[in-house]
Design a protein around this ligand. Sequence first.
Ligand SMILES: Cc1cc2nc3c(=O)[nH]c(=O)nc-3n(C[C@H](O)[C@H](O)[C@H](O)COP(=O)(O)O)c2cc1C
Length: 173
Amino acid sequence: MKKKIDVYEYMGEILKGVKSGILITGKDENKTNSMTISWGMAGIEWGKPVFVTFIRESRFTKTLIDKNGEFTVNIPLDESAKKILAYCGSKSGRDVDKAKELGLTYEEPETISVPGIRELPLTLECKVIYKQTQDIHAITEEDQEKFYPQNADGSQDIHVAYYGEIVNAYVIE
Ligand SMILES: Cc1cc2nc3c(=O)[nH]c(=O)nc-3n(C[C@H](O)[C@H](O)[C@H](O)COP(=O)(O)O)c2cc1C
């Protein structure tokens, strides 16, 4: 069962979740996959409630979001998801089926095609309304050095900002 929520009333839970780690889930015709994030923000632009996630170019989840333009945000409401967050933040969906390995329970979505996850019950269904590769030159030199060292091939695995309009929000009960 899903308990509908007013996303503005849950901003505290959402941002507390981001700080300690939450999941972003994407899906294409072949695969559903989740990755851990701890950079993100929630607010308003173009008069819409949005969740913004920052995903490095190398992440498998990025390919899924680029394909269908949708994702769910999966937020734990207690400490029980620590193992899930550690696993989804260290393994890639290119190599393993994370949901199968962890025994995650997908919850049928209502508005988009990407499921929620019962084990991380606070769920935001999001449709990408804007995305932008971050401009390395607009970042302080200090943070460029800290977060974007050059790889051997010259690439820097920059973050892409995905603005997801929150089209549905609920707690899986
Ligand atoms: C606590 C934590 C926070 C993370 N935050 C982010 C993030 O905000 N953006 C990002 O691109 N990667 C982040 N990562 C790394 C990805 O979760 C990790 O590379 C993951 O294996 C990618 O999975 P995928 O290849 O299946 O997409 C984080 C990892 C951890 C453990």
